[in-house]
Design a protein around this ligand. Structure first.
Ligand code: ADP
Ligand code: ASP
Ligand code: MG
Length: 417
């Protein structure tokens, strides 16, 4: 019998009425003959509230206790959905991460799943029971609850789909698929029928939070067919029962995409900060002198740009860090001033990284040049640029975010007619 994982995000389970609607979506698939494992997030806003409570209790706190607190949101929704399903006459049971078990590494707060024993779940599914699994959580090597990082229920869902060999993993959310850019910012954004794993990986890591990055990695590695779709539609709409027709986006291998666009989507990430070290000696070892202390402080450096002075003796070193790490990075650089040897350090906080993504860029020249020209035409200053085979990222001042995203979206012909 075909097996399905259905994942519902925070807005899809925001209150009891929405949980009842989710139960009807589940019932539709059970009635269609699927064995179903459901993965749920916390009710929307709940995880933020829980995180804030841990901070209020103590700004610097034990990560294991943070996990004990923030994992509770998913525990509540898994129980509530099991109750709603039982009320509809469906045999259902809730599962916490430790009960399956979903084993993670010990990085509390941002743990990675290392192993899932799917046998108990499969046993229950084969008995005709719906499993309602709390997303976002597992159990670490210390036998304590560990959470998977914000947005981690997507990863729980894909990992469970791989463990129980599900035929498909449906990610139900508040939009009906992956769009050419965030549809909340650009109403002209178009839904994509298919997106390759590589492009989705870039889009997610460059700011499109519709899927957690790790979930896309797992889908790619384990070949999980992942389908992004809306829970905000009538669960009994007959079109949803047609396996070839529910609206949504399939994340798939590149060779399953017939029409390859040059540019598939635009993503943006706010809360970027820039640091520039002026007149650093241009000699071997200097990059290590800058970036090793930052890495040791666990600061994630992203874009790096180096400009050599005219006489070739010094260089300006510019790089970006998340705004939340700006102050720490600044301190680290001040402490390392003697070993690096710069004359001054400058920084800006309120920046955005806008990225253009598309596998077609591999075989097309001029994509970056046209982006720079279009942004210049709107008076948007570019602070830094990085490129890879399938993406261009451009650092700009945050107030220009929307203008830049819309400009690039139109430039590459992504606007809906
Ligand atoms: P959930 O709570 O269901 O996990 P999220 O809020 O994490 O939902 O992700 C869905 C949101 O992602 C959408 O509401 C949308 O604003 C945002 N988003 C950003 N970029 C995109 C994109 N390219 N396509 C679709 N949604 C996107
Ligand atoms: N509830 C968690 C969060 O808000 C996990 C998730 O929803 O995916 O980050
Ligand atoms: Mg999410």
């Amino acid at each position: 019998m075909a097996r399905l994982v259905m994942k519902f995000g925070g807005t899809s389970v925001a209150d009891i009425d929405r949980i009842r609607i989710v139960a009807r979506h589940v019932k539709r698939e059970v009635d269609a003959g699927f064995q179903v494992a459901v993965v749920v997030s916390a009710m929307s806003g709940k995880t933020n509230e829980l995180v804030n409570w841990t901070r209020a209790a103590a700004p610097m706190h034990d990560a294991r206790e943070y996990d004990a607190v923030v994992a509770s949101g998913e525990q509540v929704t898994s129980g509530l959905l099991a109750i709603a399903l039982q009320e509809m006459g469906i045999n259902a049971r809730s599962w916490q991460g430790w009960q399956i078990p979903i084993r993670t590494d010990g990085a509390h707060g941002a743990a990675r799943i290392v192993d899932i024993d799917g046998s108990r779940l499969i046993e229950r599914l084969e008995q005709g029971q719906v499993a309602v699994v709390a997303g976002f959580q597992g159990i670490g090597p210390d036998n304590r609850i560990a959470t998977l990082g914000r947005g981690g229920s997507d990863t729980s869902a894909v990992a469970i789909a791989a463990a129980i060999k599900a035929d498909r993993c449906d990610i139900y959310t508040d939009v009906d698929g992956v769009y050419t850019t965030d549809p909340r910012m650009v109403p002209k954004a178009k839904r994509l029928d298919r997106v390759s794993h590589e492009e989705m990986l870039e889009m997610a890591s460059l700011g499109a939070k519709v899927l957690q990055v790790r979930s896309v990695e797992l889908a790619m590695v384990h070949g999980v067919r992942t389908f992004v779709r809306s829970s905000f539609v009538d669960p009994e709409d007959p079109r949803l029962a047609d396996p070839n027709n529910p609206p949504g986006t399939l994340i798939c291998d590149e060779d399953e995409i017939v029409e390859k666009q040059v540019v598939t989507g635009i993503a943006y990430a706010k809360d970027e900060a820039q640091i520039s070290l002026r007149e650093v000696a241009d000699k071997p070892g200097v990059a290590a002198a800058v970036f090793v202390p930052l890495a040791e402080a666990n600061i994630n450096v992203d874009m790096i740009v180096q400009n050599v002075s005219e006489d070739g003796t010094t260089t300006d070193m510019t790089f970006t860090v998340p705004t939340t790490d700006f102050d720490r990075a600044w301190k680290v650089l001040e402490q390392a001033r003697d070993s690096i040897g710069y004359t001054s350090v400058q920084g800006s906080r309120d920046l955005t990284k806008v990225s253009v993504i598309g596998i077609g860029m591999r075989s097309h020249a001029g994509v970056a040049a046209s982006a720079f020209k279009a942004l210049a035409g709107k008076g948007i200053n570019i602070r830094a640029i990085t490129t890879s085979e399938i993406k261009i990222s451009i650092l700009i001042d945050a107030p220009y975010t929307e203008l830049a995203v819309r400009t690039l979206h139109s430039l590459y012909g992504l606007d809906a007619a």
